[in-house]
Design a protein around this ligand. Sequence first.
Ligand SMILES: [Zn+2]
Length: 83
Amino acid sequence: MMIDESQALPAPVAAGVYNLYTGVELGDEAGAAVPTAAALGLEPPRFCAACGRRMIVQVRPTGWWAKCSRHGAVDSIDLDARR
Ligand SMILES: [Zn+2]
C-alpha cells in the first residue's frame, strides 16, 4: 500500500477550480469551497475539482472512489488518514 507523504489532497478533490458536487467553476473563492476530508467521507465528489469533468464514481459499503479521466483516481481510504 502506497502512502502519500505530502499533506496535499489529490488534485481531483483539492484543486479547487470546480465545485466537486456541481461542476461549477469557482473562481477566486475556491479555498472556501474545498470540502474537508470528513465531509468527503460522507458525500463522494461527482466532478473533478481540477478540470470540471464528471468523474466515474463507485460507492461501496466502506467508502468510495472517484476517477477523472485526466487527473486520476481518488479513494476515500486515502482521505481517511487525513481526518
Ligand atoms: Zn480532472
